[in-house]
Write a protein that binds this ligand. Structure first.
Ligand SMILES: [Zn+2]
Length: 369
């Protein structure tokens, strides 16, 4: 299954505009209410993490009794406000974002609704939305018949224009591509990988600089008194840096995986193995910080989209100790030996030798499959 979103301009009537304004307002209201309640919960249980974990998240349904006018708007929009707040908290707890903020009137005017029992329909320049009936839209492109509409997000811009983003899902099975070009990748902790042609994927300089800054700011944070004003301020700084670094890393991983998926029909990798783990220990960094897992996810879908292949080879395959020229396997090879030398006279960069072995192993698999 694949997803694709289509964006169109909406032209609501005056009456529909009022209803939309009401929905934006109710979504914001419910979001803020739930946030307020969450904050109270945190305060109540701040010294009792166990009880806090057991508290359930407030639901919009609860507010409908107290504020009956909430019933006038799309209930799915309110349910999505709850999901958005939950997501905001998850990001906060994982350190990817700051503490969720209250939405004021200047916040983005937008809400999302889902398709349930044919409540959303598209026909003849109009779209039918819950509680709004048919709204006119400018559909400048067709949504293919095999795409199924899953959700819609309605947004009002600062200049008063309305847009709808229609999220669709569709079956996508490209024809398998005949394999002509193969590359092997050797995981590397310090860069991202070394390939069988001797190329290294190097993180950009600004990224490495940002990592250094993060380490420095984290040291400052660890020296501050936990819970103090200065600590909170520093924590926010660190959270923002984390977010920036995560985005830079993601961009880089997208670019690298795109290049490989464009150039090769088949990419062979090693399952993240003991070698990766020992390298991680050596560099004092966690393997996931390096982004390898995310990189493989991107690479896999970019290849599969084109009917190309990603082959993972066994983690016990001795890619580093094997000579890529004659096939002899060395008894031992320490991490500090950067050049691979074999009795047969073959000499190569250690990582390139490993990447060539990975490529060969993958090609053997291709022949079998
Ligand atoms: Zn050899």
């Amino acid at each position: 299954m694949a997803n694709k979103a289509y964006q169109f301009r909406l032209y609501p009537t005056k009456e529909q505009e009022q209803r939309l304004a009401k929905t934006f307002g109710c979504v914001r209201f419910v979001y803020n209410k739930m946030l307020e309640e969450r904050i109270q919960m945190f305060e109540k249980f701040k010294d009792d993490q166990e009880s806090l974990k057991q508290q359930t998240f407030p639901t919009p349904a609860k507010y409908k009794k107290e504020f009956p006018w909430l019933k006038e708007v799309d209930s799915l929009a309110l349910a999505n406000a709850q999901l958005n707040l939950q997501k905001a908290f998850q990001h906060f707890f994982s350190g990817r974002a700051g503490f969720p903020k209250f939405k004021n009137r200047k916040a983005k005017q937008s809400y999302t609704t889902n398709v349930v029992n044919g409540n959303i329909k598209l026909s003849d320049g109009y779209i039918k939305l819950p509680k709004l009936k048919w709204i006119k839209l400018k559909q400048h492109r067709e949504i293919p018949a095999h795409h199924i509409i899953k959700a819609c997000t309605i947004t009002k811009t600062k200049t008063g224009k309305y847009y709808i983003s229609i999220l669709t899902e569709y079956e996508h099975q490209p024809a398998p591509k005949e394999v002509q070009t193969v590359v092997g990748l050797d995981f590397s902790m310090s860069t991202l990988y070394v390939d069988s042609e001797g190329k290294r994927a190097n993180y950009p300089r600004f990224y490495r600089k940002a990592l250094e800054t993060l380490a420095k700011e984290q040291r400052i944070l660890s020296r501050r008194k936990k819970g103090s004003n200065r600590w909170h301020k520093q924590r926010l700084k660190v959270a923002k840096l984390h977010e920036k670094i995560a985005n830079q890393r993601k961009d880089f991983l997208h670019k690298e995986s795109h290049k490989l998926a464009k150039r090769y029909d088949c990419v062979v990798i090693e399952d993240l193995n003991m070698k990766g783990m020992s390298q991680a220990l050596h560099f004092g960094q966690r393997v996931h910080d390096n982004g390898w897992g995310m990189f493989i996810t991107f690479l896999r879908y970019k290849l599969e989209e084109q009917g190309k292949k990603l082959i993972k080879i066994d983690k016990w395959f001795p890619s580093s100790k094997t000579c890529s020229c004659c096939g002899r396997v060395k008894e031992s090879l320490s991490l500090s030996e950067r050049t691979f030398r074999c009795e047969c006279g073959f000499e190569s960069d250690r990582d390139v030798n490993a990447a060539i072995n990975i490529k060969h192993e993958g090609m053997k698999r291709l022949a079998i499959v």
